[in-house]
Write a protein that binds this ligand. Structure first.
Ligand SMILES: [Zn+2]
Length: 248
C-alpha cells in the first residue's frame, strides 16, 4: 500500500472531511508566502524600507500612516488576474461531490470561491471585501485597488474605506472563527495544507482537532507532523490530485 492508497482509503471512509489551508495553497498560483524567504516580507520596495512588513500591515499603520498603508497594500495585495490552481479546483470538486464539508483558509485572496468552493471560512478576512470604518457600508475590492484617492473614502459618509482583512494588532473575525471551530469539531478527517502551523490562534485549529484522521501536506516540516496519521512534504496540488473523488 502506498501513502496515496492510505490517503484514498481515509477519504473514502470519512464522513466529514475539512480542509484547513495556509499560504502554501496560494503560492502555486503565484501569490508570495508572507513568511517564506522569497515571500512578501523580504521583497520590500525601497520606499517601505524604514518600516517593518508587520507594521505596514498593522492597524497602527492604517490609523497613523494611512497613505503609507494604502500604497503598500495596493502594490502588494492586489490579486486581480490571479487564477486558482489545481489544489483549489480539487477542493471545490470534493465539496461538490459531497466529500468535503468545507474549507477554512488563512489566505485573503478569494481563490477558493473563484474555483467554485461554497462553504469557505476566511479566518483572516479577504482583500475582495472592504467596508467603511465609520458607517460600515460594504465596498468591492476595486474601492481600494483602483481608487485615485490615496486614502479611499466612503461615498456616503466620507469615512475611510478599509479592507475586511485581519491586520496585525487585530483579533480574528468572530463569525468566521466560530464557524471554523465548529467545522473542525464536527470533522472526522482534517486535511491541513500549506501552513507551517506557526501562526496562532489559527494553528490551534489543527492542535485542537480530536477526530479520527489528521493529514498534513506541506513542503516543510510542521510542528504538528508527529500528531498526523499521514504527512506529505510535497506540493499540495500534486497530493490532492491523487484523491479519487469519483471512486467513493
Ligand atoms: Zn461610510
Amino acid at each position: 500500500m502506498s501513502k496515496y492508497d492510505d490517503l484514498n482509503r481515509i477519504i473514502a471512509e470519512s464522513k466529514h472531511i475539512v480542509f484547513f489551508g495556509g499560504a502554501g495553497v496560494s503560492t502555486e498560483s503565484g501569490i508570495p508566502d508572507f513568511r517564506s524567504k522569497d515571500g512578501l516580507y523580504n521583497n520590500r520596495d525601497v520606499q517601505f524600507d524604514r518600516y517593518t512588513p508587520e507594521y505596514l500591515l498593522s492597524i497602527d499603520c492604517l490609523e497613523d500612516a494611512p497613505k503609507v498603508f494604502y500604497e503598500f497594500y495596493r502594490q502588494k495585495l492586489n490579486v486581480d488576474g490571479i487564477e486558482p490552481n489545481r489544489a483549489h479546483y480539487k477542493l471545490a470538486e470534493m465539496e461538490k461531490a459531497g466529500k468535503l464539508d468545507g474549507v477554512i483558509t488563512q489566505n485573503i485572496d478569494g481563490l477558493h470561491q473563484k474555483a467554485g468552493s461554497v462553504n469557505v471560512h476566511e479566518v483572516h478576512g479577504s482583500t475582495l471585501r472592504n467596508y467603511c470604518k465609520r458607517c460600515h457600508r460594504k465596498y468591492p475590492a476595486d474601492a481600494i485597488f483602483t481608487s485615485k484617492d490615496p486614502i479611499p473614502k466612503c461615498s456616503i459618509c466620507g469615512g475611510m474605506i478599509r479592507p475586511d482583512v485581519t491586520l496585525y494588532g487585530e483579533g480574528l473575525p468572530t463569525d468566521a472563527w466560530r464557524n471554523a471551530v465548529r467545522l473542525v469539531d464536527n470533522a472526522d478527517c482534517l486535511i491541513v495544507g500549506g501552513t507551517s502551523l506557526v501562526v496562532n490562534p489559527a494553528a490551534s485549529l489543527a492542535f485542537g482537532f480530536r477526530g479520527d484522521h489528521l493529514i498534513i501536506i506541506n513542503r516543510d516540516v510542521t510542528s504538528a507532523d508527529r500528531m498526523a496519521e499521514l504527512v506529505f512534504h510535497e506540493s499540495i496540488s500534486e497530493v490532492l490530485d491523487k484523491i479519487d473523488v469519483g471512486a467513493q
